[in-house]
Design a protein around this ligand. Structure first.
Ligand code: GLP
Length: 271
């Protein structure tokens, strides 16, 4: 597992975007797993810049998003800050700015009439695409990936999941509040890829910033593996794992000096 500690959010975002761009350049038809939340916004901004200024080409790329709230879907008739769907978030923050083909950008459908069947269909599409080459992940404050809340099986697949109070609070404050939506009105369920689904991605990259996440980052990377903190499953992944943190998010890691040293050594020896 590569644990990279960057000075700040901007540096973290640039580093993460470079890794993603590297995948696209070496395999133009690669399959990317994408995440929502405030954390990846900087990474997406940098990818958009690379697309516009350096010609980074997404025309053959396929994307699969981790999750979507149940009961919402993209509504282009609403202003962006009134439409809280992850579909709309992805459209505004990344997809509309790059040349990924609409039919190749998959996001779970929060308006599906039959969510159970839709989840099976979603898994099928990932398989048909040949699996995910690189899954980008954020980290919820309770240690979740996607919406795999505490207690989710580490073998779980794409399914409907009830949101934990802490997650409702965080997502309410980050997104719903500014749209003047009452907290009780925000979706309390979501469709999410499972931990088992995520672990099947060939490689994964987790990005985390800010002191609020420092404690959970330490538990995720250095604590015991437990379904109470579903991202601890990172310790079970068999592919390349890259964790990109800013200094604040890394601040409670017990072995922080060790990780920094490894990075220095790798640079020194060109590894
Ligand atoms: C939500 C998303 C997660 C995301 C998490 C952290 O719960 N479903 O995929 O990682 O929020 O969000 P933020 O990046 O805003 O802290």
């Amino acid at each position: 597992m590569d644990i990279i500690i960057k000075e700040n959010y901007e540096e973290m975002s640039k580093y993460a975007a470079n890794i993603i761009a590297g995948y696209i350049r070496s395999k133009p038809n690669c399959v990317l797993g994408l995440a929502t939340g405030s954390t990846p916004i900087g990474t997406y901004k940098e990818l958009i810049r690379m697309h516009k200024e350096e010609g980074l080409d997404f025309s053959q790329v396929t994307t699969f998003n981790l999750d979507e709230y149940l009961g919402v879907g993209m509504d282009l008739n609403k202003p962006y800050d009134m439409d809280q769907s992850y579909a709309r978030f992805m459209y505004e923050e990344l997809l509309k700015h790059i040349n990924v083909k609409k039919e190749n950008a998959y996001i779970p459908d929060g308006l599906s009439k039959n969510p159970k069947e839709h989840c099976l269909w979603y898994e099928e599409q990932i398989k048909k695409a040949g699996g995910i080459d690189l899954q980008l992940l954020g980290l919820g404050r309770d240690g979740h990936w996607g919406f795999n809340e505490p207690g989710s099986s580490l073998g779980s697949r794409t399914r409907v999941q009830a949101l934990a109070e802490e997650t409702l609070d965080d997502n309410y404050n980050a997104f719903y509040k500014k749209a003047n939506i009452d907290r009780s009105e925000m979706p309390h369920f979501a469709i999410t890829m499972g931990i088992g689904t995520i672990l099947e991605a060939k490689n994964i990259m987790m990005i985390v910033n800010g002191s609020k996440k420092a404690e959970i980052v330490a538990k995720c990377l250095e604590g015991p593996i437990t379904s109470q903190i579903t991202s601890t499953a990172i310790q079970l992944h068999s592919g390349e794992i890259t964790v990109v943190l800013d200094e604040e998010a890394a601040s409670k890691l017990a072995r922080i000096d060790h990780y920094k040293n490894i990075e220095k050594m790798k640079l020194k020896y060109g590894l």
